[in-house]
Ligand binder design. Structure first.
Ligand code: PEP
Length: 250
């Protein structure tokens, strides 16, 4: 059984004060909700306040990125030990906005993934194709290549806690969601590749989330797909009632 995982990626939005105001409105709306795991990914300056504000609740807080080393002369970076020191146990890796605007590579994602595993941080590794790649019938090749590079030299037992997010770049922040069938097909490709990399047991247990313009209007049909084990939500996670509606899909 793969427990669904519903994640809100706040990108570069919300100060600590705004983040806590979100929690005040959101937590009562999802109180007692145990069907799904729920997690919020605020920006670095709000992360500590959010993790403290979530204490004792059914919602977790995670980081949007991290470096793979524990410390060093790397201006602007946050290390895994720093995340752990504030109680952070989840991290998003390889988000397409990191890849598109900050030259993130899957080689670095692989280093970050190993570091997350070594520090007991649950990684959500994002993969996804560009529109041009989909139009050139390259989706399968792109997804397999991205996943293989991210998982290089990771053993099946190390991949135990891994979460994958399929986020087609053409669907992120654009309002155009992948149809449930397109998403399910991509998830099947990823699970097949996971079986190849990490064995059947790990592939069966790994949650694969869909991300890309998820909203209350399309969550039910997405979650109805057997291959979809949850969602990574950007824009629609910024408003407490909207994100609560997503969490309460039927
Ligand atoms: C995201 O940021 O991962 C994302 C999927 O964004 P949006 O839901 O806004 O498309």
């Amino acid at each position: 059984m793969r427990k669904p995982f519903i994640a809100g990626n706040w990108k570069m939005y919300k100060t600590p004060k705004e983040s806590l105001a979100f929690l005040d409105a959101f937590l009562p709306l999802v109180e007692g909700h145990t069907r799904d795991e729920i997690a919020l990914f605020p920006t670095t300056t709000s992360l500590s306040a959010v993790i403290d504000g979530l204490h004792g609740s059914n919602v977790r807080g995670g980081a949007q990125n991290m470096h793979w080393l524990n410390e060093g002369p790397y201006t602007g970076q946050t290390s895994p030990t720093m995340l752990v020191s504030i109680g952070c146990r989840h991290v998003i890796l390889g988000h397409s906005e990191q890849r598109l605007y900050f030259n993130e590579t899957y080689e670095r994602v692989n280093l970050k993934l190993k570091a997350a595993i070594n520090h007991g941080i649950t990684p959500i590794v994002c993969v996804g194709e560009l529109l041009a790649e989909r139009e050139d019938q390259k989706t399968e090749e792109v997804l397999r290549t991205q996943l293989r590079a991210a998982l290089r030299n990771i053993s099946p037992s190390e991949a135990r806690r891994l979460i994958i997010a399929y986020e087609p770049i053409w669907a992120i922040g654009t309002g155009s969601t992948a149809s449930p069938e397109i998403a399910a097909q991509a998830h099947a490709i990823l699970r097949h590749e996971l079986t190849h990399c990490c064995g059947e047991a790990t592939a069966d247990n790994t949650r694969i989330l869909y991300g890309g313009s998820v909203k209350p209007e399309n969550i039910n049909e997405l979650m109805a797909q057997e291959q979809i084990d949850g969602v990574l939500v950007g824009g629609a996670s910024l408003v407490p009632t909207t994100f609560a509606n997503i969490v309460q899909y039927t």
